[in-house]
Design a protein around this ligand. Structure first.
Ligand code: 13P
Length: 292
């Protein structure tokens, strides 16, 4: 089916107590694996792209992969732009076929963040796509953006309300104690903050920094309003390690298709595992029936 808008999908997730998994794609193989994993579980999925990945490939290539993978699939697939502060690039994605865009102006003071996000609101309306914006600063490294622990700022619930009221977001990214990349110690997720922000904003929350969180943390965050959960680092590791492992096990096998198939299967299994954990299984058809 054609790619879908993120907004009604995440509303459904929030209203029905599940979260849609969002994976940062690497190439066509990982794109296909995430859509197939979703299809096998009758689940919706978000294929998202870091700005760096778009710069490496191109808008045209990425749109063609995601559309190709989604076209013959009966489940809803979103193509989303992850953290981006370049307004020209954001508009280019919306124009090229992304069905959701993210502005990350969280490094700026509230007013400037809101002003930039409002400009992206206009872009989202112009192209009829979903939108995510961020308030507070999530620690860790994502793409080439680095936020040190001492610079991270948890999102203030009252500011979150002002921000969300002005923006009518499909997804609200906020800092609630999670971090991009692997956790060094025990993650300290502020569940009360998630709940308070959700009660005030009534906006589906995007939980960033999904790699390394426990099943219990996922369940508690989802029960409090996390409707989109981002996974990137875990994919990077499975992508590299499955390739290396295959070659180590079969050092004389120089048939690339067997090697990339082993990588594809490992990535697909990882995607399926997260989709199930987030409660996405068997949510696609009921959502589509309601949306029709
Ligand atoms: P991880 O790299 O920790 O999985 O976080 C991904 C993310 O939040 C992308 O925006």
């Amino acid at each position: 089916m054609p790619l879908v808008n993120m907004k009604p999908l995440l509303r459904d997730a929030m209203d029905n107590g599940y979260a849609v998994a969002a994976f940062n794609l690497v190439d066509y193989g990982t794109t296909k694996a995430m859509v197939k994993a979703a299809e096998e579980l009758n689940a919706p999925v978000i294929c998202q792209t870091s700005a760096k990945t778009i710069q490496y490939w191109s808008h045209k290539e990425i749109v063609s992969w995601v559309r190709t993978a989604a076209e013959d699939s009966p489940v809803p697939v979103v193509l989303h732009l992850d953290h981006c502060k370049d307004l020209a690039m954001i508009e280019e994605c919306a124009k090229a076929g992304w069905t959701s865009i993210m502005i990350d102006a969280s490094e700026f003071p509230f007013e400037k963040n809101l002003e930039m996000s409002l400009r992206v609101r206009e872009i989202a309306e112009k192209y009829g796509v979903g939108m995510e914006a961020e308030l507070g600063q999530i620690m860790g490294v994502e793409d080439d953006m680095v936020v040190a622990e001492e610079d991270s700022v948890l999102t203030d619930p009252d500011d979150a309300k002002k921000f969300c009221d002005a923006l009518d977001l499909s997804a609200f990214a906020c800092a609630v104690g999670t971090a991009h990349g692997y956790y060094k110690g025990e993650p300290k997720v502020d569940f009360d903050r998630i709940q308070r922000i959700n009660e005030l904003t009534k906006t589906p929350m995007a939980l960033h920094g999904g790699t390394g969180l426990s099943d219990e943390t996922f369940a508690k965050a989802i029960a409090r309003g996390a409707a989109k959960i981002n996974i990137s680092t875990n994919l990077k590791h499975v992508f590299v390690e499955s390739f290396v492992k295959y070659h180590e096990a079969k050092p004389n096998d120089y048939e690339p298709l067997r090697l990339i198939d082993a990588q594809y299967q490992a990535c697909k299994a990882m995607f399926a595992d997260f989709i199930e954990k987030f409660g996405g299984k068997d949510r696609a058809q009921p959502y589509l029936a309601k949306a029709a």
